[in-house]
Design a protein around this ligand. Structure first.
Ligand code: SR1
Ligand code: MG
Length: 389
């Protein structure tokens, strides 16, 4: 997609740029898509996200261009439930595979970069947990009638993007695959702790099965800190092209993993895990789980439920918590061993990077192997307390 063609398309496909061609600049540097900012003659700006057939991160990854339709449908579905938490969608071109959405860049920054730079936000874990709990409950079996769920499962069926996750998150990091890359200094460690570790392989296989066969709710499917905008007051979730009906713990686990990866990063670059940002990240990680449970129970209206219905809700929370630990472990491991890294992390030298990788891998391996023991918020608090300083 070149910029002149996009200008023509925006004029012919939409009524947002009636009087003159928009100004367009390419702003995206993500792994998969091309992202542009279009400025209308009125000065109003929009984000245009174009789904190309080839991923930026690897020319061998070919994707179906129609994925933007699901992304736009997901944002609209969440907008109905919690409009403050997602960008507004102004249109989607079926023919030309781009979404037009609200430009948030004046007030918001990408969370991943902000935390890597050392920023702390009091509200962060609370808002992230509220997002997963409210969306998770709204599209779960507790809320959706069977027929509506069947229709939505069809609408959000996303086999190609799910297959990519199955490969990049649950498969490739567990063998000496040619896509894998990490510091040479950690080769023996990765060999021993990950590639040749039957417990890690077994848990990764179980979690892959859960990812594939647990249509608990409509989930974002790639909810890392690069998929969240943050301002001084709130957050907005974006980039849901991996969305599908899957386990709620996949979203919660991704968020947990990114608190932990940031912990490992800051501890490594400062060579000290007692610094304030590490203490804050640990507290936020614990708060994420506690707030999720609280908000999910609130959504269920637990105080007015029969004992039987309350038990059903508590059973789902228990299951989500275990899944969260396992998926968080898998996400930590794949961001170190696998193809896609946390792009905001930069290292001055080999030692810092090696320390970061080891710390994240040790945390990830623990969560992955022991995920079934994380049945309560208390279990998280106790185990995170012994894992992190
Ligand atoms: C080829 S895509 C690599 C990664 O980028 C996306 O954001 C997902 O996390 C995916 O796994
Ligand atoms: Mg993405």
């Amino acid at each position: 997609m070149d910029i002149e063609t996009l200008k023509e398309l925006l004029i012919s496909d939409t009524s947002l740029f009636v009087s003159a061609k928009p100004e367009i600049v390419e702003i995206g540097d993500g792994n998969i898509n091309r992202v542009f900012r279009a400025t209308a003659s009125s000065g109003q700006t929009y984000i245009i996200k174009y789904a190309s057939s080839q991923a930026n991160i690897s020319s061998s990854i070919r994707l179906n261009k129609t994925r933007g339709r699901r992304e736009s449908d997901y944002l609209k579905a969440i907008w109905q439930q919690m409009p403050a938490y997602v960008p507004e969608v102004f249109g989607y071109s079926e023919k030309n595979h781009y979404i037009i959405m609200q430009d948030l860049s004046l007030r918001y920054s990408v969370l991943q970069q902000e935390i890597a730079a050392g920023k702390q936000y009091d509200f962060l874990a609370q808002k992230l947990a509220a997002y997963v709990a409210v969306a998770g409950y709204a599209f779960s079996d507790f809320s959706l009638p069977l027929e509506k769920k069947a229709a939505m499962q069809k609408q959000f069926s996303n086999p190609q993007m799910c297959a990519l996750t199955e490969r990049l998150v649950f498969t490739e990091p567990y063998s000496d695959c040619r896509n894998n890359r990490f510091s040479e200094e950690n080769r023996a460690f990765v060999n021993r702790e990950i590639y040749l570790n039957p417990n890690a392989a077994k848990a990764a296989k179980q979690l892959k099965d859960i990812f594939m066969h647990c249509p608990q709710s409509l989930i974002h499917g790639d909810l890392h800190f690069g998929s969240v905008f943050v301002s001084e007051k709130d957050i907005k979730v974006f980039d849901p092209e991996f969305c599908f009906f899957g386990p709620i713990g996949y979203d919660l686990g991704n968020l947990l993993a990114h608190f932990l990866l940031q912990y490992a990063y800051h501890a490594a670059i400062e060579n000290n895990d007692s610094i304030p940002i590490c203490t804050w990240l640990k507290k936020q990680a614990m708060c994420l789980l506690a707030e999720f449970e609280k908000r999910f129970l609130e959504q269920a209206g637990v105080s007015a439920l029969s004992a039987e219905k309350e038990q059903a809700v508590r059973d789902v929370i228990r299951q989500v918590l275990c899944h969260t630990a396992g998926f968080a472990g898998a996400e930590c491991i794949r961001r170190i061993v696998g193809l896609a890294k946390v792009s905001a992390f930069v290292f001055d030298g080999v030692t810092e990077k090696t320390h970061y990788e080891r710390c994240a891998l040790s945390i990830g391996k623990y969560l992955l192997e022991k995920y079934e023991t994380f049945t309560t918020v208390r279990a998280f608090n106790e185990q995170l307390n012994s894992l992190l300083r």
